[in-house]
Design a protein around this ligand. Structure first.
Ligand code: IPE
Ligand code: IPE
Ligand code: MG
Length: 255
C-alpha cells in the first residue's frame, strides 16, 4: 500500500514553515479587470503581465523556491480566435522582453504544457529561455501554457503504458511515485499552496495530481490588481494551517 512518506509528517508537525516551498497560482480575472474599465480583454492580459513581474519579485524576495503560474489552459483554446492569438503574441513578447532580466536575477525558467499545440516561434523562444537559465540557482519559475491536469495525467499514463508494453516496467511496479515521475512537474515538490485570484473557487483543470495536499487560498482581487499585500495575506493564511496528510492532529504534534 502507498503511504505518504514520513518527511511529510515531519513537515506537518509543530513547526509549519512560514514560507511554502512551492506556490502554484491560477491567475484569473484579466478579462473582468479590462471590462470594468471598458477596455478590450487583451488590455487586461497585458496588465496581467505586470502582475506576473510583481509576484515573481516578491516570491523570490520571500524565499519561495518554486512558483508555478497558470498562463493558458488546455481549455483556453476554446476562446475566440482573436483573444487566443493576442495571448500567444503576448507570451512571445513577454518572453522576449523578460528573459534577460530573469536571467540576471538568477531565475530558472521552465514551461509545462502541450508544446506540440504551440506555434513554432513560441516553442523556439521557450526552448532558448530554458536553455539560457537552466544553471540558475534562484527561484524556479514554471509557466503552464497549453497545460491541463487531465492532459498531464493522460500523457504520463501513455508513457507508463508504453514502458509496460516494452517489458521495461511490470504492472505491479506502477505506484504513485512511478506516475508522478512521468508528470510535467516530475522531480519537483508538490505545490504547498495554491493561490487563485478572480473570485472563483475551483481548480479549472490545473495540477490535478500535484495539488492533492495543497492548501488553497482564494481571493476576489482580479489578477492585474494582485500585489505584494495579497501575496503576504496568502503566506499568512498558509502559515496558520495544520497539514495532516490524513493523520490526526495529535499525530502531527498539535491537537
Ligand atoms: C485569466 O484571466 C487569463 C487566462 C485565462 C488566459 P481571464 O481571461 O480568464 O479573465 P476573466 O476570468 O474572463 O475575467
Ligand atoms: C483558468 O482560468 C486558467 C488560467 C488562469 C490560465 P479560466 O478563466 O480559464 O477558468 P474558468 O473557465 O473560469 O474555470
Ligand atoms: Mg477566467
Amino acid at each position: 500500500m502507498q503511504t505518504v512518506d514520513d518527511s511529510k509528517i515531519e513537515s506537518a508537525s509543530g513547526s509549519q514553515p512560514a514560507v511554502p516551498v512551492h506556490i502554484a497560482v491560477i491567475m484569473d480575472g484579466n478579462g473582468r479587470w479590462a471590462k470594468a474599465r471598458t477596455m478590450p480583454r487583451h488590455a487586461g492580459h497585458r496588465s496581467g503581465v505586470k502582475a506576473v513581474r510583481r509576484i515573481v519579485e516578491v516570491a523570490a524576495k520571500r524565499g519561495v523556491s518554486y512558483l508555478t503560474l497558470f498562463a493558458f489552459s488546455s481549455e483556453n483554446w476554446r476562446r475566440p480566435k482573436e483573444e487566443v492569438s493576442r495571448l500567444m503574441n503576448l507570451f512571445l513578447d513577454a518572453l522576449q522582453r523578460e528573459v534577460d532580466d530573469l536571467h540576471r536575477n538568477n531565475v530558472r525558467l521552465s514551461f509545462i504544457g502541450a508544446r506540440d499545440e504551440l506555434q513554432q516561434g513560441l516553442v523556439q523562444k521557450i526552448t532558448l529561455a530554458e536553455e539560457k537559465t537552466k544553471d540558475n540557482s534562484g527561484l524556479n519559475l514554471i509557466i503552464a501554457v497549453a497545460y491541463g491536469g487531465r492532459w498531464d495525467i493522460v500523457a504520463a499514463s501513455k508513457k507508463i503504458a508504453s514502458r509496460v508494453a516494452a517489458d521495461e516496467l511490470a504492472l505491479a511496479d506502477i505506484d504513485d511515485e512511478c506516475l508522478a515521475g512521468e508528470l510535467a512537474l516530475a522531480g519537483k515538490p508538490d505545490p504547498d499552496l495554491l493561490i487563485r485570484t478572480g473570485g472563483e473557487q475551483r481548480i479549472s483543470n490545473f495540477l490535478l495530481w500535484n495539488l492533492a495536499y495543497a492548501e488553497l487560498w482564494f481571493c476576489d482581487c482580479l489578477w492585474p490588481d494582485f500585489s505584494e499585500r495579497h501575496f503576504d495575506e496568502a503566506l499568512s493564511y498558509f502559515s496558520s494551517r495544520q497539514r495532516r496528510y490524513g493523520h490526526t492532529g495529535e499525530q502531527v504534534g498539535v491537537a
